[in-house]
Structure formats: structure tokens, C-alpha cells
Write a protein that binds this ligand. Sequence first.
Ligand code: COS
Length: 383
Amino acid sequence: MLDDDVLKAMQEEVRRFAREELIPAEAEVEDTDEIPQHLIARIQELGFFGLSIPKSYGGMGLTMYEEAAIIMEIGYAAPAFRSYFGTSNGVGTLGITIDGTEEQRLNFLPRIATGEMIASFCLTEPDAGSDAASLMTRAVRDGDEYVINGTKRFTTNSPHAGLYTVYARTGPKKMRSAGISAFLVESGTPGLTVGSRYAKMGFRGAHTADVIFEDCRVPTSALLGGKEGLGFKTAMRSLDHARLHMSALAAGLSRRLIDEGLRYAMERKQFGQSIANFQLIQGMLADCEAEALASRSMVEAVSKMKDDGDSVTKETACCKYFTTEALGRIADRVLQIHGGYGYIKEYPIERLYRDVRLLRIYEGTSQIQQLVIAGQMLKQAAE
Ligand code: COS
């Protein structure tokens, strides 16, 4: 755990980075759909690829609380920047940290921590989204190899990835989640191809594509954890962490949106005065502030619980559900405060409004979070 002073200094550095270097580049990223190379180099230099990777494997080894504190700061800038290193800290890598063999950790984590290798997470398929356990990609053992066939959909960072954490069925379909295993597949492996980038509603600069496996052969050492049938639980544990990270992002973005709304409300004059003087505008600002404070408080409290070793599946789902839905409401109010100017590209709210829509969908929709919360409540009540 870092000393309070060290964490504060780190937060301050990230705050400056987001405001002085990332925000000025947002318009360029929106126009070009690319994050400039010099900013990727800065992200590497600041160690962001290894926030969640233990120090013994070259990462920063932050606790969940510390990681969330950093993400809330970086989340002040457009979310595509965080997305570039998000899968390497999150779902693409957590499986290795949590359930990988020592050999797998040593082989991949140090390269991921420096940003030399980007990791991505291949769970979703054309016909398996919310129902992740119904995935159809197959991995069939053939001597000392597995042969993987199937298509993975919406894989974030797949065009840049050096490593794909791939979830595939090694047991019969009727085994559902117990028949799923995870594999570590490196880019360049024959039989692995990445499709073209999806044209998305927002998140310009963050790239998402399908990953296709056609008779893709990997050695048995690519089986995550060295055991078949563990994959689904690895994915779910990774998502428990990643959904909390996502909640921190939502809390950071909420703060940014409020500042955009506040600035505009104070600048804009109607009826002979600043619109911030009107109580109906103040009502919207106050609702935003209250929800942003609730988001931040939830993220901090649940992160501490996770660091204390508590099981936080329910609480993490509560966080992801509340913070991302609150973010959507905040974005809507801030756009409303901007009036017609919110609907044109002159102000960042038009773009941020589109960006934040994704947070209620990826890493588990709000409806999946509701199911997880209620499922855990019923389970706990029955015990
Ligand atoms: N941690 C550890 N184990 C977990 C777990 C968690 N958070 N969640 C579930 N499991 C375990 C269960 O305990 C169960 O184990 P046993 O069979 O030993 O009892 C097993 O995994 C299956 O769990 P469950 O029966 O709850 O699975 P379901 O098929 O009902 O699906 C949901 C559960 C819907 C929650 C899961 O499919 C899900 O999260 N879907 C959304 C996927 C998603 O987020 N996609 C986005 C991809 S990232 S962009």
C-alpha cells in the first residue's frame, strides 16, 4: 500500500496529465480516430499499463483503492485514452494475475506492464453477449496442442494486441460454464486474424474488432492456469475487478461533465443574466453533484472492501450499475443545460454524451448488473 502522501502526489500528477496533455488532444483524437504516438509514449512512461500488475512482475502493484483513485483522475479526459491501457490492466490481463501459472505470469506480465505488449479479452461472440456461458468457440486437444475455432466479437484493442485472452469451450455444451477454459494466444499465431475496426457511436481513438480463429493451434502451455474448465470463473473474477475500475472511470467522467455544465451555465447569459442564477438550472447542477458524490463514495467504499479481501461481487455490480446509470443522467442534464449548443460539435458535451453511452453496456449491461445484484441477495438470504 502506498503512503497517503505518495498517492496524493500521484493523483496530482495524473490530474495535471489529464488536464494539460490529454484534454487538449481530444479534438484531434475525435478527428483522426487515433491516439497520438507521443501520448501513448507518455502513458507508458507514467506506468499506466501496469497499474494492477503486481510489482514482482514489473507493474505498479496498486491496491484497488489506489487504482480507482488514479482512474478517477484519468477519467476526467475523454475515455478513449483510458481504453488504450484499460484492457492491459483489466480483463485482458487480470486472468493471468489471478489464475495464471507462474510460468505464464513471468512470460507475459512484465511485457504487458511496460506497454510493450497490449492484452485484450476475447469473451463475447456474435451469439453470446450477456449469456457468456453459451459461447461456442471450441478448443479441441490434439496431442500437445489445442486447436481453436470460433469468432469473438467487439474485442477492445484487438487491432493493437500482442496477447489475446481467449475463452473457449473444451467441454460439451451441456456443461455450460464448467466446460469453458481460457487460453493465452499471441498475435501472429497462424489461424488468428483480426477483422476490420467497427465504426462506433463514440469512443473515437479506441479500436474494437472481431477476432477470428480458424484451426488456430496453440501449445497446451497456453491453457490459462494449466487446467481445463476454470475459464468462466476466471472471466467472472476478472470482471469483478474490471467493473469496479469502470465505476471509477464513470465517477471521473461525471466530474468532468459537471465542470463542463458549470462552466457553460456561468458563461451563458439569457434574460439579462447568467443562466447559473436560475433555480431550474441549479436544480440540474445539484442533482449532478449529488450523484457524482454518491458514485465516488461507492467506488471508494467498495474498493476498500475488495482490498480487505471481502467478496464484492454484489457490491461491484451495484457500483457499475449506479455509477454508469448516474453518468448517463449527468450527461443528459449537462447537455440540457447547454441547450442547442449541446447538440452541435462546438462544445465537448456533444462528444462526451456519445462516449458515456457505452459504459451502461460494456463489461456487463445495467440489466446484467441487476441480475447479479439480485442473484447475490437471494443467495445470501438463503444461506
Ligand atoms: N466470481 C467467481 N465465480 C463466479 C462469479 C464471480 N463473480 N460469478 C459466477 N461465478 C461462478 C458461479 O459461482 C458458478 O459456479 P458453480 O457452477 O461452481 O456454482 C459459475 O460461475 C456459473 O455462474 P452462474 O450460474 O451465475 O452463471 P450464468 O450463466 O447464470 O451467468 C452472468 C452469469 C449472467 C452474470 C454472466 O454470464 C455475465 O456476467 N454475463 C455478462 C458478460 C459480460 O459482462 N460481458 C461483457 C464482456 S466484457 S466487454
